[in-house]
Design a protein around this ligand. Structure first.
Ligand code: ATP
Ligand code: LTN
Length: 333
């Protein structure tokens, strides 16, 4: 095994909506790149998704579809552990334990909680509030070294670090202290209609996002309708957030810097630029889309994959959980 592969990366995405190109370019594509250097645990975090009300049938379908997208995007289930969070009960148990070491003040400062609880109005679940503690449990159970996430999740990974350090200080070395891993390009793909906000899978306006499984026609239409400006030059500038977002998308696909893209489009108008961004996306997503179809059609392959993975994940997670229980003073049976 590559020496570096002894290091662990862990990440997850909620099956709270169909996955967008924000999830793909900001998360999954980086995961694929990291698998040569790290042993990866990537999961579909269904327990996080239920912090907001989900339709049971849709949740089941999406959980499997998202797992298929992980595999279709190039994550190898034989070389990594690609699993469903609720298949490993240790996450819920460790989350309770860590809840007892996390302060209400810390959770109140989380920007994702502030945003989401505002939208949920009166009916904010306690789960939404303690969401980052479950995320810390996810990460810490696997001796994770790096956590590849988009910028918006950095604050949550920092809480996981703080909890790990706090626990280690109280009880002696127990957890590896994880680092967030934020890739430069694609780190933040913005809403196509409102480029000051991040693109998100649980937003109502479909013109605001592009899904990984959207057809070429839909992709073209969404990019065409993406908000730009009347400046007319392809530049990566604060006053051109719409165009900057499209540059970012193209850069994340082609690995080109924004400076190179600016040069390529010197003197070229928005219509051509948008056509090229749409085409690049269509080409990037085409092989993923056809693999997803094949994988989902093969029910026994899917089932075997998530069952084998759950077995591996349970083994590692239970070991860490037992270590926590012992240190805290619980009786081990
Ligand atoms: P929701 O709308 O349900 O809150 P989301 O689309 O924001 O979800 P998450 O499940 O919260 O997605 O995030 C999954 C991963 O995808 C995280 O690592 C997150 O940082 C990344 N991600 C999500 N949206 C974007 C985006 N617009 N740009 C870059 N990365 C993103
Ligand atoms: N909260 C994350 C999803 C998530 C996660 C994790 C990411 C849950 N558990 C552990 C990294 C590591 C989000 O992207 N919204």
């Amino acid at each position: 095994m590559n020496k570096e592969r002894e290091k662990i990366s862990f990440s997850g995405i909620q099956p709270s909506g169909d996955l967008t190109i924000g999830n793909y370019l900001g998360a999954i594509k980086n995961w694929v790149g990291l698998q040569k250097d790290f042993y990866a645990y990537y999961c579909v975090v269904d327990l996080h998704a239920i912090t907001i009300r989900q339709d049971p049938k849709e949740l089941r379908e999406r959980t499997l579809k998202n797992l298929a997208i992980y595999i279709a995007s190039g994550l190898d289930p034989d070389k990594n552990t690609l699993f469903i969070q609720s298949h490993v009960p240790a996450h819920s148990e460790a989350s309770w334990l860590l809840n007892c070491y996390c302060y209400i003040g810390e959770l109140s400062r989380m920007t994702q909680y502030k945003d989401k609880s505002q939208k949920a109005g009166e009916s904010v679940s306690a789960g939404l509030f303690t969401y980052p503690v479950l995320m810390a449990a996810d990460i810490l159970l696997y001796d994770t070294n790096v956590v590849p996430v988009g910028n918006d999740q950095k604050q949550h990974v920092e809480l996981a670090r703080d909890l790990a350090i706090r626990f280690n200080n109280l009880y002696g070395q127990t957890f590896v202290v994880p680092e967030p891993y934020i890739a430069d390009s694609g780190a933040r793909i913005m809403d196509l209609q409102n480029p000051d906000k991040k693109m998100s899978k649980s937003i109502d306006n479909p013109n605001a996002y592009i899904l990984i499984l959207d057809s070429p026609d839909v992709i073209k239409r969404r990019i065409n309708r993406a908000v730009t400006d009347d400046i007319g030059v392809v530049r990566f500038l604060d006053k051109q957030p719409g165009i900057s977002n499209l540059i970012n998308i193209l850069g994340a696909i082609t690995n080109k810097s924004y400076k190179d893209i600016e040069k390529d489009y010197d003197g070229i108008g928005y219509a051509q630029f948008k056509e090229d961004v749409a085409q690049a996306l269509i080409e990037e997503l085409k092989p993923v889309q056809s693999r997803v179809k094949e994988i989902l059609a093969d029910k026994s392959y899917m089932e075997k994959t998530y069952k084998d993975s759950a077995e591996r994940a349970n083994y590692v997670a239970n070991k860490t959980l037992r270590k926590m229980q012992k240190k805290i003073g619980l009786i081990i049976r």
